[in-house]
Design a binder for this molecule. Structure first.
Ligand code: TRP
Length: 462
């Protein structure tokens, strides 16, 4: 059955949905996570596998998530339950919604801490704190910040309050207003790329990003590339599903998805093109870790003319991009609390923000008091591997590389194999047989098989 609207509201136009979904997709994942994970995993080959995952797994699953959301028009948990009932399927499919809500809490908990770093850097940039710093100086500054739990707590708390304030106001006056600020972020990145090009190490950056060295690729590299594809597109946890539930029945799911995926990929590649030339120009290493952009970019801003202004603007844009992403991490759980527990929206937003805030303490302490990795050693195929890390590392690994792809796999199976083709076609409304067939084929075969093979490869089973 096609439903025309959700009790939570509706975007005022198709363009607003594109902005909101792009706002969700473009965030720390593109500008902070993509460069540092690509840097740690050798660049080129990782990037090409990531791009393949975006196209063959990400795009078809994004279309499937929007289709589900728009057909169910409720929180992902209730959408999955309702559609299962309607299609005569097992109730256990509701698990997909719960998995997503759990992933959303964990991601938001550390996402807010990293967004807090960005907030703090806005003030450092504006105060001229980068002036005259060399590589050791910026690294020292970053280390001093992350090893100070009280500071991190203050910024994390502030960022979480910013999220609660938006989500509490609802779809039209909260989410919709907030996302209209996003677009300048793209422009800011272009300026940075321009600067990078003028620094003489641009081609080195380009070749690091795009020239593959396949000998470096392990099962884990492929898993990380797929995890990054899910993370950056906000897929596999219901964020895009619930945004789809606020989309007008007339909008084209294919066109909107293609736009969002292209914009997100463009921003990630631009971020890489801006950052790696600076990394090489300043003699830093690509494998710097989560601090990569907080260490490289201040050096660039310290040297470039107008760096004070551009640096401040850049970190402001980073915060904005993070903000329009993190609200989408809250929305599925908030909508569920409103639907099933009778809370009003502000109360639901406070509860969700509060839980994620508390979980975030684990990430904060991962850089100081709890910075020793916890875990165990496992011998696979005669080789001892350490499984574990800090709470931050585990939260990030578990969500991006396991929970999101698993959620995506279940969504592909549900839409591709369990829903009737008639319902899927009816909601997706593609107007082209050929395009429908191509998408359906990729969703039923290529995407799930791809995810499964990557999982098996990562645990050395193939
Ligand atoms: N995609 C966002 C980013 O790249 C993060 C994000 C928002 C997200 N909502 C999500 C990640 C849902 C996974 C699932 O910064």
């Amino acid at each position: 059955m096609r439903r025309e609207s959700s009790i939570h509201g509706q975007w005022s136009s198709k363009l607003v949905f594109i902005l909101a979904a792009t706002g969700s997709a473009v965030g720390l994942g593109n500008i902070w996570r993509f460069p540092y994970i690509a840097g740690e995993n050798g660049g080129g080959a990782f990037v090409l596998i990531y791009l393949a995952c975006i196209l063959l797994i990400g795009l078809p699953i994004m279309m499937a998530e929007i289709t589900l959301g728009r057909r169910g028009r409720q929180s992902p948990i209730n959408t999955m339950a309702t559609l299962s009932r309607e299609e005569g399927l097992h109730r256990a499919w509701g698990f997909v919604g719960w998995l997503g809500v759990a992933a959303g809490f964990i991601i938001l908990s550390y996402y807010s801490v990293i967004a807090g770093w960005s907030l703090s850097y806005v003030f450092r940039a504006a105060g001229g704190a980068f002036a005259g710093l060399d590589a050791d100086g910026v690294r020292g500054m970053f280390n001093a910040l992350v090893s100070d739990p009280e500071r991190l707590l203050a910024w994390h708390t502030l960022f979480m309050i910013m999220n609660v304030l938006v989500v509490a106001r609802g779809v039209r006056s909260g989410l919709e207003k907030a996302v209209k600020f996003l677009m300048p972020a793209l422009f800011g990145l272009l300026l940075l790329v321009g600067y990078s090009m003028s620094q003489g190490h641009f081609m080195e950056g380009v070749s690091f990003l795009f020239k593959p060295d396949w000998s470096e690729v392990s099962g884990d590299t492929i898993l990380l590339a797929m995890g990054q594809a899910f993370f950056t597109l906000s897929l596999g946890m219901g964020a895009i599903m619930i945004y789809g539930s606020y989309l007008s029945s007339r909008a084209s799911i294919l066109k909107t998805s293609a736009t969002v995926v292209s914009a997100d990929t463009a921003v990630a590649l631009l971020a890489g093109l801006a950052i790696f030339p600076i990394v090489f120009a300043s003699g830093l290493a690509p494998g710097e870790g989560p601090g990569l952009i907080f260490i490289t970019l201040p050096m660039a801003f310290a040297e470039m003319p107008g760096g004070l202004l551009f640096g401040t603007l850049f970190f402001l844009l980073l915060v904005t991009a993070a903000w329009t992403s993190s609200i989408s991490l809250m929305e599925p759980a908030v909508a569920w609390l409103v639907e099933n527990r009778g809370f009003d929206r502000p109360m639901a937003a406070v509860i969700v923000g509060g839980i994620a805030w508390f979980l975030g303490l684990g990430t904060i302490l991962s850089f100081s008091l709890w910075s020793n990795p916890i875990g165990f050693s496992l011998t696979i195929g005669g080789e001892a591997t350490f499984i574990g890390g800090t709470l931050f590392e585990m939260a990030d690994y578990l969500t991006s590389n396991i929970m999101l792809p698993l959620g995506g796999l279940l969504i592909a199976l549900f839409v591709g194999w369990r829903m009737t083709q008639r319902s899927v076609e009816d909601e997706l409304d593609l107007h082209s047989r050929v395009l429908f067939k191509a998408w359906y084929y990729v969703l039923r075969f290529a995407a799930p098989v791809g995810i499964l093979l990557i999982f098996l490869k990562a645990v050395n089973l193939i």
